[in-house]
Ligand binder design. Sequence first.
Ligand code: BQZ
Ligand code: CA
Length: 694
Amino acid sequence: MRNLRNIGLAAGLALSVSVSALSAYASEPTVPPAPTPFPAEGKINYVARDSILEFKALPQYHEPDWVTEKYVKTGKLPPVKDRLPKEPLVFKTGNMQDGIGVYGDTMRHVIGGRPEGWNYGAGQTQGWGGIDIGLSECLTRTAPLFQVEAKDTEPLPNLARSWDWSSDGHKLTMHLVEGAKWSDGVAFNADDVMFYWDDEVVDPNVSPLNGATQETFGVGTTLKKIDDYTVEWTFKEAFPKQYLYAMAYGTFCPGPAHILKPQHPKYSKNTYDQFKNAFPPEFMNMPVMGAWVPVEYRPDDIIVMRRNPYYWKVDEKGNQLPYLNELQYKLSTWADRDVQAVAGSADFSNLEQPENFVASLKRAAEANAPARLAFGPRLIGYNLRMNFSANGWGNPDERGQAVRELNRNEDFRKAVTMALDRKALGDSLVKGPFTAIYAGGLSSGTSFYDRDSTVYYPFDLEGAKAELAKAGLKDTDGDGFVNFPAGTAGGKNVEVVMLVNNDYTTDKSLAEGVVAQMEKLGIRVVLNGLNGTQRDASQYSGRFDWLVRRNDQELTSVVQNTEQLAPVGPKTSWNHRAPESGEVDLMPFEKDLVDIVNKFVSSEDNDQRASLMKQFQKISTEHVYNVGLTEYPGALIINKRFSNIPQGTPIFMFNWAEDSIIRERVFVAADKQAKYELFPEELPGKPGDKGPMD
Ligand code: BQZ
Ligand code: CA
């Protein structure tokens, strides 16, 4: 065993990897190499949390002139002040980089997903890429917090305008915005919140799109209505302030109960499937609380959204938001989004596929480039995740079951991680300073990351083969692939089916790289490439042995989607869930991870939280809870005509940039407005009607 000092581990080793384990490898576990510094462009102007917005009544309100002329004066709509809450959400001018905006123009998005329908609460995607983000308004809001110092912040008020903790910290009373209306004019109130909670989150037959379950808000948590504008949470832990993050986008964005409830099996003859599919993509003008409403859907072509005349947010001059009259979502591919954004035929992209970095940088550097491109911190990462369920999640066949048992064998996991040449994987995506070796666990770009708490098993093919042998796998028929032991899955070659999202070049490139490198180790990996929607369905139901997946918020912010860090509930982890009936069969180290996450959630002490995340990082990387592949920075590409784009907005942190730039405050100066609107001076129609209001 080489002397510890020789492998550069600092004295007073932060890792407590047992010495005996060290002697087992040709190369010792160590900390990941320091990533090449990558200067995030566009410094973030940090602000105080309460400098962004407030709720208050203003002396007067305004709307686009054409709304007054065409809709109010003709009696089709009430005056704007009657369409707003008593005290609307007011965005403070001081936090608006270019100040008060003007009405007009549109933002043209391109997306790679496709809409299944409008029933987000029952698990239907609208195609991602900012559509669901723009439709959804949630109890709290976290994406704009990228500009607030992490240590002293908490989620922003949104549909919940304020909240109070009981003295013992087990109850949280939430006060909802009063007098806000859905885009069809129907009042928003606690019944919407309770329908989402009782009939979509708690109802075991319904899975909301971003996977909220009761345990997302704490095991045993309950919620009840106090009055039309007050709900009360009850938690087992005291002061679990962490859950205010779970009440933001993805996990607590109520739908219109007046439209959904009549279709729900508890209140109709519908099956759960009929409920989920009750609002197909063709169902236009689905009532939303968001700033824009779907008025046009042309399959494989475009979705067009028009401004919501009842939107409940204003600027400090009383101008009802949004400034932009329209949003467009061209139905194309994720790679095309980058191309169109830099070319100027679209307006926005999260540059997240390294294969497009060089071409996008070149185009954006040209003098007449229509779009700005700015890189942020290294927060885009990929993990290979192994299905740890050996008790039936996903109903595996004999071979699948045998692979899951191997996944639960730490020697097997170490063999896999040591056989990965992560430098080669990163270089296969893009050369240059972008990609970094990523051991797994928390992203290096998050404030909770601690490199000295990260156990990295360096690339070492011989050492990996030794681990594979320790796991009891040998190539008994000499064809280069190890076999199951005799009597297991017929003693055939170990064959692993790896699920991958075919919608992204990057996901496919990494998956193909893993297949090639596993072949050198002697493990046969077969790709199961599906589109995003099918991939999500297979993954949520546990129908995978391994999974290559881009990181989500729990690894890039830790405080968002925290429950996804470990199997704290039956359906919270990406790669380890309970079968239909039964518990999650936790391994000992997973029990430690669950305890750490539960302690983190109910701790208010920032130092304790930081140290809990160091423990999480050490245990999860030492035991290879997930196998890191690579990580790199993303870049925001946005057309130069837009104003109020906060400088330094990261494409992904608490949420994606579609949320973080606060699109309802974005505007185009009058002299830069283009004639891109497809439905100029039109407003949404009635729920289910075709197209805009006639
Ligand atoms: C951003 C995002 C906005 C989902 C989705 C998509 C789904 C996943 C993930 C990203 C897309 C874009 O990501 O890639 O840049 O615009 O939509 O929601 O990958 O397949 O299930 O988690 O966010
Ligand atoms: Ca063999």
